[in-house]
Design a protein around this ligand. Sequence first.
Ligand code: NI
Length: 158
Amino acid sequence: MALRKIVTEGDPVLLKKCKPVEKFDARLAELLDDMAETMYKAEGLGLAAPQVGIIRRIVVIDVTEDRSGLIELVNPEIIERSDEQQYGTEGCLSFPEMYGYVHRPKTVKFRAQDRNGNTYEKEVSDLFARAVCHECDHLDGRVLPTYIEEPYEPKDDE
Ligand code: NI
């Protein structure tokens, strides 16, 4: 496994619509391993492939505090969104100084493939749902500054 460089604000790769993954091979497995390592090192909750310069529909997420809940989403698709919303803050490893409030569905159901190409579905809520929405937005070139509804300034004493 190896750390990858996280692409930041201003790099056009962040604004691209990513292509589906077609080959479930050793290269994909290596990329997924690297993305997880990079996410953990940066203390992020999720990372999308364009954030490491790869224009493919690949996401890793772990919203657990003890970092034991890694999930890999290849070619993810959100297939259900609850009417009930949540409103909370989001940040992004590619926009390290930026935080803001964003509405998201409280619960989403998504369909994705694992690293072997097997399709699975999962329903998630709260922070996990927020992370799935945020990372799937990355795959269509939608990034935090385009959808923050109100800025949030973290305070030093928090
Ligand atoms: Ni992000």
